[in-house]
Design a protein around this ligand. Sequence first.
Ligand code: NAP
Length: 196
Amino acid sequence: MSNLRLGVMGGTFDPIHFGHLIAAEAVAKSYELDSVIFVPTGNSWQKNSLASAQHRLAMTQLAISYFPDFQVSSVDVERTGDTYTVDTLRDLKGQYPTAQFFFITGADSLAGIGTWKDSEELWNLAHFVGVTRPGHKLEVPKSPAGAVTLLEIPALAISSSEIRAKVVSGESLEGLVPIKVLEYMDKHNLYRGNND
Ligand code: NAP
């Protein structure tokens, strides 16, 4: 299908929460996207996540099941080695050769885009949208004119680290995480200090 406008929501999603889902909806609306593809990272190049890639992928699939315009891709989880956005976008371009891509992620992460693998190629593969929490400083990374946009998302007051801390202290996650994700976390005993 030609002229498809596809959001590519990249993140660790450890775990996915309503902030991510609302941010994706806001960007989809602003950029008139046909769909948003959530792409959980495989092995992040700078850190170890607390739940396995398979668990994070499964939680992402459950979370997006509420949203007909969202989909999930396992390209980063299936690729061996560290996750680099240039590989994510090359793989998706292989699947959707004529689509226009909008890569969406946290503005903190995007600030380092100039140091990402094959950064010069990235500018040709997608437009970049950095979403940020209220109160955080918005800084456009060094990039070609018009290549990056930043957007403040009030719902991103929620964070994955806050959710993990609440699991440890036994606090309620109501309103932070979709119920199916909550059930999955409970079933697999995630974030209680004994994850695989
Ligand atoms: P991360 O450690 O999970 O998150 C960093 C910050 O950004 C956190 O505050 C996080 O909030 C927020 N965030 C992450 N993804 C988000 C999203 N899609 N929407 C809204 N907020 C988001 O993320 P990361 O490991 O830096 O990775 C983010 C994306 O950038 C991934 O797709 C990754 O592959 C890519 N990346 C690529 C390279 C490279 O190619 N060299 C380097 C770094 C990152 P929460 O904790 O609440 O999610």
